[in-house]
Design a protein around this ligand. Structure first.
Ligand SMILES: [Zn+2]
Length: 597
């Protein structure tokens, strides 16, 4: 026989839930839904002496009913629950059960009677006053979920002292609350049409230490509040309407969502708080394959390339959309991402930024790809450890690495995925201070290579292809790699060409590595190395052949500091022959732009 926590329901009614009582489920039944919401269960819970008719099981616990572990007469330990009054229904308390553990199955214990409560609504503004009909409880009115706001914050709120509720206890049965929450995400304003005419709305995701909740504003409130609420800022929010979350559109971990109305009060909180900023759980790109289609995931990567925007017409709605595809990569793989409408228009990937996506949707489109949805939060060049690691990796080495792609690049002709970096002259690199202040600029120049330092073009590297470290001759015919800490019988040649390129505005030295040097010089590093240590004539022939030809160089510009001296470092990311037709078209476009602006 189990001992029930006699009197526990009464203590809940007087709002003292700092215990984990053992209760018995007398009955559990699905609630009648009028809105087609998720299935919800109502229980009658008994403490042996009293029972409460309206105890609502949090939908996250529905599985306990599904697998039959929670049923009539189950003995449960309430891990987390709170009592609320139902507005306008005097005398009715509801116990919201957020977490419980099934302890045992049993037969009905005792003869509990219904708990009768009289809620004095006049006093319900600050504290819910609950009185038992027979015995008035004198228990504390404290609730661990309600934090007394320090005076300073109350002043900031500009009102009489108020209590700050946490997001995890908000519910439709209690509307006297104020939350303090960070705007984690905000959608653009969207318009819609229904039978009553045109409407508009925006949503934002609010978060505090305990949870998150979606809030939406329509019409006038949309106009009024869109500019007020800024992403990442913290606000006091009160007097909004709560209702069951529409899980079809709302993927936040909350059974409820909020609608701002004309009574809603929002005030910026300028004091420091402990409310976390966005929490990411990044999935490495090569592990996305194992995730379920249509799930929402967090991804961070470098924008490897970006397509132009495209207009497409939805077959279903006949509406026109703008889309833009980007290829995002990390150290493991790459994947295509589709951006839509305003975000597609506004996205600038030309500097190959690090982008963090919170809640981006995984689809099976073209293999595997990701699609930005309403709840997706996009952060460009975010100050995160992961972002810095990616940046360093990409700028040093990663830009050159061939990565497996999870997406099939369909119809590359009509939807070119390219990084169309701006064309600059070599003079502009200096005039416009490219690459200063830790910035990395990516540009294209049309220039002629007029000098290649033949002695420095290749070096003898560790034969381990992942290493690239220059080896030291041991003198006995073996070679030592300091990085691998190993001796080898052999080495290989690796390109590290120093070339001077010129156009009419000036000249610059650039570094050309790997396959790009191969493209520029027309021979492999091995062939170049053999020529270098063979006859001088062969080497000169190779170099002369590579010089004095106009090429398109895609460059990365970064000012680096050596011995307190700033030096512009230009790395060649791509060498291409000039496509004169395309080049002429570009020049015509540039000229015509001069006349239109
Ligand atoms: Zn090595």
């Amino acid at each position: 026989m189990h001992n029930l926590s006699i009197g526990a329901l009464m203590r809940y009614a007087s709002r003292n839930p700092s215990e984990k009582p053992i209760l018995q489920v007398l009955t559990i039944k699905p609630m009648e839904s009028t809105t087609g919401d998720q299935l919800r269960y109502r229980m009658q819970l008994s403490d042996g002496k009293h029972f409460l008719r309206s105890c609502i099981l949090g939908t996250q616990l529905n599985y306990l009913v599904a697998d039959n572990s929670l049923q009539d007469n189950s003995i449960v330990r309430i891990e987390r629950a709170f009592c609320t009054d139902i507005n306008r229904q005097i005398g009715k308390l509801v116990l919201q059960v957020q977490d419980l553990t099934v302890v045992a199955q049993s037969v009905k214990i005792g003869n509990p009677i219904s708990l009768q409560i009289n809620v004095d609504q006049r006093n319900s503004t600050e504290v819910l006053q609950a009185h038992l009909v027979s015995e008035v409880s004198a228990s504390s009115t404290g609730n661990r979920h309600i934090i007394n706001a320090p005076n300073k914050e109350v002043t900031a709120f500009g009102q009489k002292p108020n209590r700050i509720f946490t997001i995890d206890i908000l519910n439709p049965y209690q509307n006297k609350w104020t939350i303090r929450a960070r705007v984690a995400n905000k959608t653009n304003v969207r318009t819609f049409q229904n039978t009553r005419g045109n409407g508009k709305l925006f949503s934002c995701d609010l978060m505090d230490e305990t949870g998150e909740i979606r809030a939406t504003a329509f019409g006038d409130e949309c106009d009024k509040l869109y500019a007020v609420l800024e992403i990442d800022e913290v606000y006091y929010i009160s007097k909004a309407i709560l209702k069951s979350a529409n899980k079809q559109y709302n993927h936040l971990d909350n059974d409820y969502e909020m609608t701002f109305n004309h009574d809603t009060e929002i005030q910026r909180c300028s004091e420091p708080t402990n409310i976390p900023t966005i929490q990411y759980h990044f999935t490495p790109i090569n592990e996305i394959e194992q995730k379920q289609a249509n799930s929402l995931i967090d991804v961070i990567g470098i924008v490897k390339s970006v397509s132009n925007t495209q207009q497409i017409v939805s077959k279903q709605s006949n509406k026109e959309f703008t889309k833009r595809e980007i290829v995002l990569c990390d150290q493991t793989a790459s994947i295509n991402i589709t951006l839509w409408n305003e975000q597609a228009e506004a996205f600038d990937g030309s500097t190959q930024p690090v982008v963090a996506f919170k809640r981006i949707k995984l689809t099976n489109y073209n293999g595997r790809s990701l699609s930005v949805v309403n709840s997706t939060n996009i952060k460009i060049n975010i100050d995160l450890r992961e972002a810095h690691i990616l940046r360093t990796w990409f700028d040093n080495d990663g830009y050159n690495v061939e990565l497996p792609s999870l997406s099939i690049l369909r119809n590359a002709e009509t939807n070119p995925i390219t990084t169309d970096n701006e064309f600059k002259t070599l003079g502009q690199i200096v005039d416009e201070n490219l690459g200063i202040n830790n910035r990395v600029d990516y540009i294209q120049v049309k220039a002629v290579c007029n000098h290649i330092k033949k002695d420095l073009t290749v070096y003898t590297a560790c034969p381990n292809v992942d290493c690239n470290k220059k080896v030291i001759e041991n003198g006995d015919g073996t070679f030592h790699c300091e990085k691998c800490n190993k001796d080898y019988n052999d080495y290989r040649y690796v390109y590290m060409a120093q070339c001077e390129i010129s156009d009419v505005t000036g000249s610059q030295w650039i570094s050309v590595f790997g396959t790009q040097a191969e493209t520029l010089l027309g021979v492999s590093a091995e062939q170049f190395g053999n020529a270098k240590y063979g006859d001088d004539e062969g080497l000169i022939k190779i170099i002369i052949k590579a010089q004095y030809k106009e090429k398109i160089f895609r460059l990365r510009a970064k000012v680096e500091t050596y011995n307190n001296e700033n030096r512009l470092r230009l790395t060649c990311l791509r060498v291409q022959d000039v496509n004169y037709v395309k080049n002429a078209q570009q020049i015509i476009k540039d000229i015509s732009r001069l006349f239109t602006t």
